[in-house]
Design a protein around this ligand. Structure first.
Ligand code: SF4
Length: 340
């Protein structure tokens, strides 16, 4: 069987060569027909129309996109969709409209092991990691089943991408191929809660255009460890060291996410400490007000607190973007996936 959603182009080429005596020509045609055209009319493409015997055999071997989109929820233009996987487990993905095109937030695992206190996904526990095919399938379904023009991918859905490193990086390779999905590396963002070995492995791959986001949420070890158990394993000093060694492109920046939780991490002292942690890294900081989730009884900060916190950082030279969380009513805001 051939699962094109899980195969980078070179591997697909090898498979076609080994199984059918074909090669790059047909592999590229298959990529184009599936990823660019939605896979509905592959047999009519000239490369296959003229090789009917080959196509008849290949058609039987092609695995359809894994998982079934079961439900979609809308809030204005933001859409969360739920996919039931072949083993019955469910994952969530979110289409986020941006100024010129859509971003798709994809899941990399069913549930998550990382246990961040403010996160709904953490409450599900960890079920399993997704395959490359299941990750790429979310993009395929968003584009070709639901009809959204997806140009950006963020690995910020359910799961910690670096806890599923190989499948995620193979998905990045599949999605990046110009012959298929054609999503540029600079339009893909991997978001980690701070799994340092993952940052180090990514450093070694030397992909400076791929964007790296780090969820910070606490500017000192005590605050951060209370919110994010991952910090006990890899404290802020280790995290910073791995970021300092990261091969950012000359104009590249790290995206830092900081969820502001009233009375927990939103004081001016926290803002000062955060500025010290950031210096001298090249960072764009997204400040996000906490989206209340069941089981973590805290509140969002007031608009004024958000502004004051942001201003303290701006005064220290940090580039801050205030994000007013979108998607709260459909539980598609940051840290809210997993109520299914
Ligand atoms: S915030 Fe991300 S890493 Fe943390 S528990 Fe939730 S899904 Fe996992």
């Amino acid at each position: 069987m051939i699962d094109i959603f899980g195969l980078p182009l070179d591997q697909l080429t090898r498979t076609l060569r080994n199984d059918y005596g074909k090669g790059l020509f047909h592999a590229e045609a298959l990529y184009r027909e599936v990823f660019k055209n939605g896979g509905k009319n592959i047999g009519n493409a000239p490369e296959f129309k003229n090789s009917l015997k080959f196509w008849t055999e290949l058609e039987k071997a092609l695995v359809p996109v894994s998982g079934k989109v079961e439900e979609t929820f809308k809030e204005d233009e933001l859409v969360k969709f739920i996919t039931r996987l072949t083993d019955g487990l469910k994952i969530e993905s979110v289409v986020i409209p941006m100024t010129r095109h859509n971003t798709l937030c994809v899941s990399s695992q069913v549930g998550c092991k990382m246990g961040c206190k403010f996160c709904q996904t953490a409450r599900m526990g960890f079920k399993r990691s997704l395959s490359t095919s299941e990750i790429v399938g979310q993009v395929f379904n968003a584009r070709h089943l639901l009809g959204y023009d997806i140009k950006n991918i963020v690995f910020m859905g359910m799961g910690e991408p670096f806890d599923n490193f190989d499948a995620v990086m193979t998905a990045v390779e599949v999605l990046n191929s110009q012959k298929g999905c054609d999503i540029a590396l600079r339009h893909m963002t991997i978001s980690t809660c701070g799994v340092v070995p993952g940052i180090e492995r990514l450093s070694q791959m030397n992909l400076p255009n791929l964007r790296l986001a780090v969820s910070i949420n606490g500017p000192d070890d005590a605050t951060r460890s209370a919110l994010m158990p991952v910090n006990r394993r890899w404290p802020l000093a280790a995290l910073k060291k791995s970021l300092e060694a990261y091969p950012l492109s000359s104009r590249g920046v790290f995206l830092f996410e900081y969820i502001l939780i009233k009375g927990v991490n939103d004081s001016m002292d926290h803002a000062q400490a955060l500025a010290r942690f950031i210096h001298p890294l090249s960072v764009r900081l997204n400040l996000i007000p906490y989206n209340p989730v069941t089981g973590f009884d805290h509140q969002s900060p007031s608009d004024e607190q958000m502004h004051d916190f942001a201003q303290t950082l701006t005064d220290k030279g940090v580039f801050v973007i205030k994000r007013w969380s979108r998607g709260r009513s459909v539980s598609a805001g940051c840290g809210q996936l997993g109520k299914i």
